[in-house]
Design a binder for this molecule. Structure first.
Ligand SMILES: C[S@@+](CC[C@H](N)C(=O)[O-])C[C@H]1O[C@@H](n2cnc3c(N)ncnc32)[C@H](O)[C@@H]1O
Length: 286
């Protein structure tokens, strides 16, 4: 007998052996894997709304949203997700250069609502833990002794390129990718950009205003000036567009030049050979 046979010995002929548990008949009522989750009072759910189109939220996120009694949301979240709900809505949305609420005030609001025993959904664009400060909110809640659950979302870092027909990896073309912020916290900070490596894709979020700068930094790190660069603007929305150019054509340009080629925030920039691909039909906007 092999070791595998020892674990599952064959039934003795003629003996009505009990089948292994994995072959047991399912109970009459099998809960669906998507059976609705409901929010609990006094708890904060950090829910990723996905990018652009409202129907890119996860099933779990949608169920929790529908059972919340207060929704604290960001600017890039499609209002179609929460407008029809009876829940109270608090807009703490921020766009670059137009901060409506400082981060610590957002945390204070979440803590207060949870202490009041409300069912709180903190709805954030994309995935809460990708360049979105969701982890700061989760830690602040934890420090305050508030229960907090994270519901991952479809991040714009991967989904917006895909919505624009650009795969971040493609056999023989790119086998790795990295996601960086194009918005350094402090003007003295260097961008966190990789040195040139064949078959690497770089995805830049929050990088429209600073495109001329990070493109120059990439050239300085050995990236060829003819490297394809694509901007996918308003991914998933009816106004979605893909602007294709090359790294050398953007390096050193100011925000007005970037705008002149049709690029405006929000956009995801994709740098590398895959940025020249157009692999899929455009998805219908949600
Ligand atoms: C503060 S970051 C938040 C990212 C988010 N946590 C995520 O996982 O998608 C915001 C940036 O995401 C990108 N972004 C989000 N939604 C987008 C969309 N629908 N179309 C294009 N870019 C988008 C833009 O680069 C924008 O500046």
């Amino acid at each position: 007998m092999t070791p595998a046979d020892e674990e599952h010995p064959p039934p003795t002929p003629g003996v009505n052996a009990t089948p292994p548990s994995c072959f047991e008949a399912p109970p009459a009522q099998v809960p669906l894997p998507t059976s609705p989750r409901r929010c609990e009072p006094g708890k904060v759910y950090l829910v990723g709304a996905g990018p652009g189109a409202a129907d890119l939220i996860t099933v779990r996120g949608l169920h929790l949203l529908e059972s919340a009694d207060v929704v604290v949301h960001d600017a890039l979240v499609d209002p179609a997700l929460y407008q029809h709900l009876g829940a109270e809505r608090i807009d703490v949305g921020k766009r670059s250069g137009d901060h409506t609420l400082p981060q610590d005030e957002i945390c204070e609001i979440l803590i207060r609502l949870a202490r009041e025993g409300r069912r709180v959904v903190r709805l954030k664009g994309g995935d809460p833990f990708v360049l979105g400060r969701g982890s700061e909110e989760a830690l602040a809640l934890r420090e305050a002794g508030i229960r907090c659950e994270v519901v991952p979302g479809v991040s714009s870092a991967l989904a917006v390129p895909a919505l624009g027909g650009i795969p971040v990896t493609h056999r023989g073309v790119a086998d790795a990718f990295c996601v960086v912020s194009g918005h350094p916290r402090d003007l003295d900070d260097a961008f966190t950009l990789p040195r040139y490596r064949e078959r690497l894709t770089v995805v830049v979020l929050m990088g429209v205003r600073t495109a001329g700068l990070w493109a120059m930094e990439l050239l300085a790190r050995g990236w060829p000036s003819e490297t394809p660069l694509a901007f996918v603007v308003w991914g998933g929305r009816p106004e979605q567009r893909v602007v294709r150019t090359a790294l050398g054509d953007v390096a050193g340009r100011g925000p007005d030049d970037i705008q002149a080629i049709g690029v405006a925030a929000p956009a995801v920039a994709v740098i590398g050979s895959v940025a020249a691909l157009s692999a899929a039909e455009r998805s219908p906007a949600g």
